[in-house]
Ligand binder design. Structure first.
Ligand SMILES: [Zn+2]
Length: 116
């Protein structure tokens, strides 16, 4: 038995769904994609086009699914991705600024807003 005492913490990841990120480790190092999904409880993210794995798909004629092997993105550790700044064209860190009472994320390197 694990995790009986410790509650699952909701991690506050440094990225969120839809963010443009660059993969900084592993076989897809250097790949840039958008975050498709965040699994906060496991500290994992799914990045579009990165960390692809083959997965067996069960045929489902009702849904028009043929079955066989499909390529899907596997979740990866959130520490392996960094925010990608379109302005610097580099991996960057963000800082938070309050603009017009709203919290916005800003590139630490060039000051460009990350959130469009
Ligand atoms: Zn920048």
């Amino acid at each position: 038995m694990r995790n009986t005492k410790k509650q699952i913490e909701k991690h506050d990841l440094h990225v969120k769904t839809g963010d443009r990120v660059i993969v900084t480790a592993g076989k897809d190092r250097g790949k840039i994609g958008n975050i498709k999904k965040i699994i906060a409880s496991e500290n994992k993210v799914v990045v579009e086009g990165a960390n692809m794995i083959k997965k067996a798909q069960k045929p489902n004629p009702m849904a028009g699914i043929q079955g066989g092997l499909i390529d899907i993105e596997a979740p990866m550790d959130s520490s392996k991705v960094m925010i990608y700044c379109q302005s610097c064209e580099k991996a960057t860190r963000v800082k938070h600024e309050i603009v017009d009472g709203k919290k916005v994320r800003v590139c630490k390197k060039c000051g460009e807003h990350i959130d469009a």
